[in-house]
Design a protein around this ligand. Structure first.
Ligand SMILES: Cc1cc2nc3c(=O)[nH]c(=O)nc-3n(C[C@H](O)[C@H](O)[C@H](O)COP(=O)(O)OP(=O)(O)OC[C@H]3O[C@@H](n4cnc5c(N)ncnc54)[C@H](O)[C@@H]3O)c2cc1C
Length: 275
């Protein structure tokens, strides 16, 4: 849709893209959210796609995903064979409810910054323990974890003038075993619940990430694989009833019930137990 209040379209400086930011500006990535709903306070668009950030960089530290990497590029990425969790990058993109226009244009950073409970790139980043690199005015730099970044439905921790530069996934996360469960009300529907477990095969620990069911991601860490009762109690301690999200894709009661159920399926899978 047209955004009739927008008067200027800006190409930012590569050295300091935040230098020109002023109230009324919006960072433009794929534009699939920005052009999908009226945003009457928006006056200028600052185009991040002209900055030339390399989309995907593999190193011995892991994978750096530029915020401007399109989700289709992540889908097409062929991860090193030794990355046990490498296939999850594509599987997370696969859970994106979107037609081909969105699919080919939306970016990883735009998805995280839209900050919907069902944002699959948020799920991917949280489950793989990613660090978000944030750039602010006058060269300010800071990093955050995904669960700290997403505050609630459509709300994140970016301050005025800040942008998301990159999503860094550590090699350690990419070497972990993983198991995930996703529930949708309809076959190609938006996620009502999207839970991911990862485990280091040597330590036999567990990291469980709960998304879509809740307004923001929750990550539970266990030094050793918990029992069913320990997992149940940990979820009860971490996630309270108001944390469960409420929208047409699922009531809080449904989401709560499914969270416990899917978490246990993941636990038995990673523990090698028969469910
Ligand atoms: C039909 C349809 C289906 C959709 N399905 C889904 C879905 O299943 N799940 C889902 O999560 N979303 C969905 N969306 C919403 C949206 O398309 C996605 O969230 C998409 O990933 C947004 O990415 P983008 O690059 O297009 O972001 P944009 O639209 O360009 O930007 C989105 C927001 O993030 C900000 N932003 C973008 N990049 C940065 C950055 N690097 N730093 C700081 N701020 C930034 C923008 O200013 C804006 O506020 C859907 C939208 C439509 C129209």
């Amino acid at each position: 849709m047209d955004q009739g209040t927008v008067r200027e379209f800006i190409r930012p400086s590569v050295e300091d893209p935040t230098s020109e930011w002023q109230p009324g500006d919006a960072w433009l990535a794929g534009g699939t959210f920005l052009f999908s709903t009226p945003l009457p306070d928006m006056r200028r668009l600052i185009d991040l796609t002209t900055l030339g950030w390399p989309s995907l960089e593999v190193s011995d530290r892991g994978l750096r995903i530029a915020a401007t990497c399109r989700v289709v590029e992540l889908y097409d990425f062929d991860p090193p064979a030794e990355w046990t969790a490498g296939p999850f990058l594509r599987e997370a993109v696969d859970s994106f409810l979107a037609g081909f226009k969105i699919w080919n244009t939306a970016t990883v950073g735009g998805n995280i910054c839209t900050s919907l409970p069902a944002s699959p790139m948020t799920t991917m980043g949280a489950a793989l323990d990613a660090t978000l690199e944030i750039w602010g005015p006058e060269g300010a730099r800071r990093t955050m974890s995904v669960p700290d970044f997403i505050l609630s439905n459509h709300v994140n921790a970016l301050k005025p003038g800040e942008l998301l530069r990159a999503i860094d996934i550590p090699l350690e996360s990419l070497m972990r075993r993983y198991s995930y469960q996703r529930f949708t009300l309809t076959k190609h529907g938006r996620s009502s619940e999207f839970l991911v477990g990862t485990s280091d095969p040597r330590k036999r620990d567990l990291m469980l990430t709960i998304t879509a069911a809740t307004s923001r991601p929750f990550v539970l860490r266990f030094a050793v694989m918990p029992s069913a009762a320990e997992l149940h109690d940990a979820i009860t301690s971490a996630v309270s009833d108001p944390d469960y999200f409420d929208d047409p894709n699922g009531s809080p009661a449904h989401r709560k019930h499914m969270t416990y159920y899917l978490a246990e399926v993941i636990r038995t899978d990673l523990a090698g137990e028969a469910s």
